[in-house]
Ligand binder design. Structure first.
Ligand SMILES: [Cu+2]
Length: 424
C-alpha cells in the first residue's frame, strides 16, 4: 500500500509539472546522415547529463518505480533527518554554550526520550523497507505473466484464458488481469465491469466476457499474471494507472565480462556470439567516448528480457542506469535479472565493479529496436555465424525456456508484428 501511495504521488507530481515524463524519443528508421543526427539526439537522453544531479531518465517501468521510491520517499526522509539533526545541533550549540549555561546539568538518562529515539527510527526504517522489498522482489523474480491474443470476428464476446500458472501464481482477482483492444498501450485498456467481466477467478480456465464485441479485425489482448510493474493509481482512486502485468521473458541475453570487454550470446536464437569493445576516441563522438562500443547489444522494445551475467576472469558488473539494472558478473556463477524497455533508442552503461586497469574502458551499449528490426538483426548475426535464418516473417520460432509457453509467445510476437505494421 505504501508503494502504491508513492507511485501515485508521482502521477500527481507529473501533473503539477514537478517531474518530467521519462520517455525517450523513438529512434526508428535511421538512415545515414539524418540517422546520425537523430542518434546523437536520442543518445543524449540515455547518457549521464553534464552537470546533472538527479537520476538518469528511467527507461523501464521498474526503473520508474525505483525513481519514485527514491524521489518521493528516500530523499524526503534523508532531507528531513538531516535538517532535524542540523537544527538540534544548532540549538544545542547556541542554547548550551558555556556563556549561556555556565552550570551544566548532571543527569545522564531520560527514559522517555530514549524510547522515542529507539522507536521513531524503527518506524522510519519499516516505512522504507516495505516498498524497497517489493522492488527488490520484482527485480529478482523472473516475471511469469502471459498473454493471449484473439482476432475478433466482430461478434465474439467470450474469450478463454488458461490459468495454468504455478499454484501460488494463479490469477485470482481483477488486478491480475488486463484486457486491451489491438494494442498493449494503456489508453486501449478495457475497464473491468464497465467493459468486461470475468468468470472463474482462481479456476483453471478464466472466461472473459466483453460487454460489447470489438470490431472485426481488431485484436483482443488478454494479459494475466501476478506481478504488476509501473506506477499505478493512488489508493486506487486518483491519477493515471500506468501499471502493467510483467510478461515472461521472450529473449535471454547472456553477458560475459572479460578483462576488458563484454561477450554477448543469445541462447534462444542460435549459436552466435560477439564481443563488444569500447570505441577509441577517434572513432566516436566526444559525447559518446567511454560509452560507445563497436558492437551494440540489440534487443526488442516492449518485451521482457532475461539477463544472465557471468565472467571469465574477475568480477565485473553489468550496469545500465536507465534500466535500473546493476548485476555483478562473477566467474563460475550465473546471476540473473530482467528488464523491459519502454522506448526504442540507444542506452549506455559501464562496468561497475573495479576489475583491473581497463575497468573504465569496457562500456555497455544497448540498441533497442522494434521486433521486426530485431529479427532482421538476429538473422544477420546468424548469417555471419553460417546459420540459416530463423525468421521468415510468417513463423516466429521462440522458445520460452522457463515457462515452456512457446505457443502464446508466438501468438504475442506475431501480434506485435501486426500491431507494429498497423501503426506505421
Ligand atoms: Cu569490468
Amino acid at each position: 500500500m505504501a508503494m502504491k501511495a508513492l507511485i501515485t504521488l508521482k502521477s500527481i507530481a507529473t501533473k503539477c509539472g514537478l517531474m518530467k515524463p521519462v520517455l525517450m524519443k523513438p529512434v526508428l528508421g535511421l538512415i545515414s546522415g539524418l540517422g546520425i543526427m537523430l542518434l546523437s539526439a536520442v543518445s543524449a537522453s540515455a547518457l549521464p547529463e553534464k552537470g546533472g544531479y538527479t537520476l538518469q531518465k528511467a527507461g523501464t517501468p521498474l526503473a520508474e518505480e525505483i525513481h519514485i521510491f527514491h524521489n518521493w520517499l528516500i530523499m524526503p526522509v534523508m532531507t528531513g533527518i538531516s535538517l532535524f539533526v542540523l537544527a538540534l545541533l544548532t540549538y544545542t550549540i547556541i542554547r548550551y554554550r558555556e556563556k549561556a549555561n555556565p552550570v551544566p546539568a548532571t543527569f545522564s538518562h531520560n527514559t522517555t526520550i530514549e524510547i522515542i529515539w529507539t522507536f521513531v527510527p524503527i518506524v522510519i526504517l519499516l516505512i522504507i523497507a516495505l516498498p524497497s522489498f517489493d522492488l527488490l522482489y520484482k527485480e529478482g523474480k523472473m516475471p511469469d505473466g502471459k498473454q493471449v491474443i484473439a482476432q475478433s470476428n466482430g461478434s465474439q464476446t467470450s474469450f478463454e484464458f488458461a490459468n495454468d500458472f504455478n499454484a501460488r501464481r494463479t490469477v485470482t482477482k481483477k488486478g491480475h488481469l488486463d484486457v486491451f483492444v489491438s494494442s498493449k498501450k494503456f489508453e486501449n485498456r478495457l475497464t473491468y465491469k464497465k467493459d468486461y467481466t470475468v468468470d472463474g477467478f482462481g479456476d483453471e480456465i478464466l472466461t472473459i466476457s466483453l460487454n460489447e464485441p470489438v470490431r472485426a479485425g481488431e485484436q483482443v489482448i488478454i494479459q494475466g499474471g501476478r506481478t504488476r510493474i509501473g506506477s499505478g493509481k493512488f489508493l486506487d482512486l486518483f491519477g493515471e494507472d500506468r501499471s502493467e502485468i510483467a510478461l515472461s521473458p521472450t529473449v535471454t541475453l547472456k553477458a560475459q565480462g572479460n578483462q576488458w570487454n563484454w561477450k554477448y550470446t543469445y541462447p534462444e536464437f542460435g549459436d552466435f556470439e560477439f564481443t563488444s569493445f569500447m570505441l577509441p576516441k577517434e572513432e566516436t563522438t566526444e559525447e559518446l567516448y567511454l560509452y560507445d562500443t563497436d558492437n551494440h547489444v540489440v534487443l526488442p522494445v516492449g518485451e521482457s528480457i532475461r539477463l544472465i551475467t557471468t565472467a571469465s576472469d574477475v568480477i565485473h558488473s553489468w550496469a545500465m542506469p536507465a534500466f535500473a539494472v546493476k548485476v555483478d558478473a562473477v566467474p563460475g556463477r550465473n546471476n540473473e535479472t530482467w528488464f523491459k524497455v519502454n522506448e526504442p533508442g540507444m542506452y549506455y552503461g559501464q562496468c561497475s565493479e573495479i576489475c583491473g586497469k581497463d575497468h573504465s574502458f569496457m562500456p555497455i551499449s544497448v540498441k533497442v529496436v522494434t521486433r521486426p528490426e530485431f529479427e532482421t538483426w538476429v538473422d544477420g548475426q546468424r548469417a555471419l555465424a553460417g546459420l540459416d535464418p530463423m525468421f521468415d516473417g510468417s513463423a516466429v520460432r521462440l522458445v520460452d525456456a522457463q515457462n515452456g509457453r512457446a505457443k502464446e509467445d508466438v501468438l504475442s510476437v506475431k501480434s506485435s508484428l501486426n500491431i507494429a505494421a498497423a501503426n506505421q
